[in-house]
Design a protein around this ligand. Structure first.
Ligand code: ZN
Length: 245
């Protein structure tokens, strides 16, 4: 697996060379003050060159072969016991049988890849004072990662309530945060990450979704599981394809 620095350098090089392009997946965000949609950035997979957008810097197949993770429907359930419709990330080593140990305690699972900048202004411009759904604040003063549009594989990891069920934590590592196992994780287990004390889970009136239908769903009144803000005011804004730090 490429190191965090190598992943960041690779994505920056792809963007600088003009080989990044908009994907078919749309990220949509809505809060009382900010509302916008933009396509996820698609790049060639760092391993095989196949175009990919949701599990950067790998395509889904190389993510399994190299980083031993797989995107799939989450196993988390709501208060009524219904399984949520959104995606999650699972331990997945195709060379090992089901139930084999894939990650040991303290092992690096993934770097947290996304846009990294040494300022908070660009996040305030995107989200106002509301939740940055795929944001991470580094320990270093004023350094932030946002994986909303440059969607690193680690950004698809959900958090569990109660937090006791989480099997991963963030570790601040330069230039990218690291996602590290806190217990043995077995082939097929869902990866569940403690987002930390500053993350606002289920903030009222904040909605976000990634799908090929998200933009239409927002316009037509919402897809299942997509909560619309009650306040329809705010700005419509599509962020440009961003530079990396
Ligand atoms: Zn690949």
């Amino acid at each position: 697996m490429a190191s965090g620095q190598e992943q960041l350098d690779y994505v920056a090089e792809v963007i600088a060379s003009g080989r990044a392009e908009p994907s078919a997946y749309q990220f949509s965000y809505a809060s009382p003050t900010h509302s916008w949609s933009a396509p996820l950035v698609a790049i060639p997979c760092i391993e095989c060159g196949k175009r990919t957008a949701r599990t950067l810097p790998y395509c889904p197949r190389c993510l399994g072969m190299v980083a031993h993770c797989r995107l799939g429907r989450t196993e988390l359930r709501d208060a009524r016991g219904e399984r949520y419709a959104f995606l999650g990330l699972f331990a997945h080593d195709p060379s090992q049988p089901a139930g084999a140990r894939v990650f040991a305690p303290e092992q690096l699972v993934l770097p947290y890849l996304g846009e990294v900048r040494d300022s908070v202004d660009w996040l305030t411009e995107r989200y106002g004072q509301h939740t940055v759904p795929y944001g991470f604040k580094h320990g270093a003063a004023q350094r932030y990662t946002d994986s909303a549009l440059i969607r690193g594989a680690g950004a698809s990891i959900n958090t569990a309530t109660p937090a006791l069920r989480n099997n991963l934590v963030f570790r601040d590592a330069e230039p990218l945060a690291a996602i590290v196992a806190t217990e043995p994780i077995y082939n097929g287990d869902e990866l569940l990450l403690d987002y930390g004390p500053y993350y606002k889970v289920d903030e009222p009136h904040v909605a976000f979704e990634t799908s090929t239908r998200a933009a239409n769903a927002v316009r037509s009144g919402g897809a299942p599981g997509f909560r619309r803000p009650t306040n329809r005011g705010g700005t419509a804004w599509v962020p440009p394809l961003p530079p990396l730090r």
